[in-house]
Design a binder for this molecule. Structure first.
Ligand code: ADP
Ligand code: ASP
Ligand code: MG
Length: 438
């Protein structure tokens, strides 16, 4: 059994839903769908108006979104009977959203609003397949996808519940389920964070021990650099789990950062494929490495670096512990670390407690902060005894000011910190020197 996940653009119009239907029929797999593209953003906007106690603002977006869905329904279904069924389906979801325009609005209600996008896209796909005479079965994510008290997915619960639901529907030709949405430890509706449908797919893949997890999107696999920023990028055919995890964590939007771990633990290959070009080979992510190869570059935005310089650090034990403890106290994760005999630099991407952190750090040294920075991450088989890769990276960036360089934490990445203003030219230069050299 395989798990096939289709992102928002892949189900973004009636025609796309029809194209996906063609791709998924014929084998008994689990299909995970995101909301139609733009829907979750609209639901966030609706919630924003409701938080601000502006029901008119919310209603305007709700009505526009509903009109869009009526248009999709008209185009998607052939018969009046199914158009009517689909209209009733989406109306139930819009009625749910509208019910919150009259009441108190909290995080709890927001989570319910955000869940409606995936509930609609899967319901519509299921009805479309039925109209085509296919015995598809909708497996509600809210009946099996669950997080624990630490807001981490609960793999035992997920496996037990999902296996049972699949067994109960033994005659199904295909299973359809929602990405992104789940319940929390208290049974309330919750989600796996924006972009989290990839995570749903890999949790489901791990639960059913799938033979493969396929992430279908709008591009032919992981490219060797960010195609939104750099010209002439090309798809990488093969990545190791660790390489894919580093790229996802450091900004390659094609994959949600959390999605690799469940697949890696269970050694399930992940294939990235293009819905608009289904025959393209895409990218295969597995346990295999290509010796000595630099694979791709990614960038993580909105980074702040903090330097703590201390004359007293020389030979002092416990200095780093004290510094890290301050970040821990404010629940602020550190991304990069570089040290010298007189100081330490770290980067963070969550500046909520920056002021307090800087204040506390001043007890131990002189503190300076650089904001609007970007981590550029070069990924590949970068074992330390493979000579030459550091030189190639540094040479590519010879005209770009580099604030920090970090290597040695993993065999798969070199990270460099540059100014946000230099991001484009840094990425472009790395592409030219590492991948496109003639
Ligand atoms: P989906 O809605 O299917 O989940 P996303 O928008 O989340 O799709 O991810 C696909 C997008 O990721 C692509 O359209 C592309 O612009 C962006 N992207 C960023 N970095 C990369 C990369 N290195 N390789 C491929 N795509 C990337
Ligand atoms: N629909 C959700 C979002 O837009 C989840 C996803 O698409 O992965 O973030
Ligand atoms: Mg995505």
């Amino acid at each position: 059994m395989k798990v096939l996940k289709f992102g928002g653009t892949s189900v973004g119009s009636a025609q796309r839903i029809k194209d996906v239907a063609k791709l998924i029929t014929g084998s008994r797999n689990i299909v995970v769908l995101s909301a139609m593209s733009g829907t979750t953003n609209s639901l966030v906007e609706i919630s924003d108006y409701l938080y601000k106690k502006n029901p008119d603002g919310a209603n305007e977006i709700i009505n526009n979104l509903a009109q869009k869905y009526y248009g999709h329904i008209d185009e998607l279904y052939a018969s009046e009977e199914y158009k009517q069924k689909a209209k009733e389906l989406v109306n139930t979801h819009f009625d749910k959203i509208r019910s919150f325009t009259k009441d108190l609005f909290t995080l709890f209600e927001e989570k319910v609003v955000l869940a409606q996008g995936e509930l609609m896209s899967t319901g519509m796909m299921n009805l479309y397949l039925h109209e085509q005479g296919i015995n598809s079965v909708l497996i509600p994510a809210l009946d099996y996808m669950r997080t624990d008290k630490n807001a981490e997915p609960d793999p035992v619960y997920i496996r037990e519940k999902l296996t049972k639901l699949l067994e109960e529907n033994n005659d199904a030709e295909i299973f359809i389920t929602q990405g992104y949405i789940c319940r929390n430890a208290y049974g309330e509706i919750d989600n796996l964070q924006r972009g989290g449908s990839d995570y749903s797919a890999s949790l489901i893949g791990a639960a059913v021990k799938a033979e493969e997890i396929q992430i279908w999107t709008d591009i032919d696999g992981m490219h060797n650099n960010d195609p939104r920023v750099v010209e002439h990028t090309s798809p990488v055919r093969h990545l190791h789990f660790e390489e894919a995890a580093e790229l996802a964590y450091f900004g390659a939007k094609i994959l949600h950062p959390t999605c690799i771990l469940p697949a890696k633990i269970n050694n399930i290959p992940v294939r990235l494929l293009n819905t608009m070009q289904p025959d393209a080979p895409g990218t295969l992510i597995s346990n295999e490495t290509e010796k000595g190869k630099i694979k791709a570059v990614a960038a993580k935005d909105n980074i702040t670096s903090i330097k703590i310089k201390s004359g007293r650090m020389l030979l002092a034990t416990g200095f780093l512990r004290k510094v890290f403890e301050i970040f821990e106290n404010y629940q602020t994760p550190i991304d990069m670390v570089t040290t010298s005999e007189v100081g330490v630099s770290v980067t963070i991407d969550n500046c909520k407690h920056l002021e307090e952190i800087v204040n506390d750090l001043k007890k131990y040294g002189t503190v300076s902060v650089d904001s609007d920075m970007v981590i550029v991450c070069v990924v590949g088989d970068l074992e330390w005894d493979n000579v030459g890769f550091e030189a190639r990276i540094v040479h590519a960036l010879k005209d770009v000011p580099v604030r920090m360089i970090s290597y040695g934490g993993s065999n798969y990445n070199v990270s460099l910190l540059v100014k946000a203003d230099d991001k484009k030219r840094a990425l472009q230069a790395l592409s030219e020197h590492l991948f496109n050299e003639k």
